[in-house]
Design a protein around this ligand. Structure first.
Ligand code: 13P
Ligand code: SF4
Length: 304
């Protein structure tokens, strides 16, 4: 089968299986093209919970499919590439987290959605890159433990009066963006605005005109009257930015902004998943119930 035939067969099978195809904003272009919905990690999991479809094909990484399964436990959640993990999520374990909690008794654990279900189950409340500051400031406690991203943690710490204890994890893709690369891009494109994801290092974030989640970038670039943007996040975001804003220019400061895990899923993997209804991602009941509480607490925090 050629690519077009594979795409057609995926759409036909999705109909037959009553399946919803979700793709994260960092997925390969052709995966975003065939998806029913593209979005950020939490937004997609909420779509999974909202849909009346029986099957969710989650084109993303493992923790995202777990979140979908936590929020929609009665549905079949498929992750076409079970080896698509998130190195940052893997940097924290429930055991390690229990040790940190013992060192800071009473301090609530605020955990980024980029984490395993088991770590969420050990936490008090979740956050995303778009609501992290609101979530932390909604707590009455004076001290918080921020897990697992040290960069998102420092970004929050700069915007709250609370004492913050960081887990020293990081996203290898965002962490490798260097200030020299951003400055070079700024020199080459002095009329461009620099938009960065809070998973970038504090030095890089200092250079940003705007800091936001991937979904926030679509919104910001669409609304801005500016016509040129330097983008500080994973390259997959360019697909929709360019499609939705054909008159604007989007520049990556380096070709290193690729998350290999996000690029694993191919059209053939999606087709195979729909044909076999596998690999299915499930979360054990006890973990799922506790992780659900931390996600629900976050969802109850008012938005700006
Ligand atoms: P968001 O899409 O939630 O901003 O997350 C970025 C990311 O790194 C997901 O892996
Ligand atoms: Fe994890 Fe970073 Fe890849 Fe997102 S971009 S899946 S945070 S390694």
């Amino acid at each position: 089968m050629n690519q077009e035939q594979v795409k057609k067969e995926i759409r036909r099978l999705a109909e037959e299986r009553n399946a919803l195809l979700l793709a994260h904003n960092y997925q390969r272009d052709e995966i975003q093209e065939i998806a029913d919905i593209t979005g950020d990690s939490l937004g997609l999991s909420m779509e999974a919970a909202r849909t009346d479809k029986d099957v969710i094909v989650f084109c993303g990484v493992h923790f995202m499919a777990e979140s979908a399964s936590i929020l929609a436990p009665q549905k079949i959640v498929l992750l076409p590439r079970p080896d698509a993990g998130c190195p940052m999520a893997d940097m924290v374990t429930p055991e390690g987290l229990r040790e940190v909690k013992a060192r800071h008794p009473g301090a609530p654990v605020v955990t980024y959605v980029n984490s395993s279900a088991a770590v969420k189950a050990e936490s008090d409340i979740c956050c995303t890159s778009s609501n992290a500051v609101n979530v932390v400031n909604s707590l009455e406690d004076k001290e918080v433990i921020l897990v697992p991203d040290r960069n998102l943690g420092r970004y929050i710490a700069d915007r709250t009066d609370k004492v913050c204890h960081f887990w020293e994890g990081y996203c290898p893709t965002h962490d490798r963006l260097e200030t020299a690369e951003v400055n070079r891009a700024k020199q080459e494109h002095p009329d461009a605005l620099f938009v960065a994801h809070p998973e970038c290092t504090p030095d890089v974030l200092e250079l940003a005109d705007h800091i936001c989640s991937t979904s926030g970038m679509y919104e910001y670039c669409r609304r801005s009257p500016n016509r040129k943007f330097i983008i500080g996040t994973e390259a997959g975001i360019l697909y929709r930015l360019r499609k939705e804003n054909p008159e604007k220019e989007f520049i990556l400061p380096t070709s290193k902004l690729i998350c290999p895990n996000m690029k694993l899923t191919s059209l053939e993997d999606v087709l195979h998943s729909l044909q076999t209804l596998s690999p299915e991602i499930t979360v054990p009941l006890a973990v799922r119930e506790r992780a659900r509480i931390t996600l629900d607490r976050m969802l109850a925090v008012p938005r700006d």
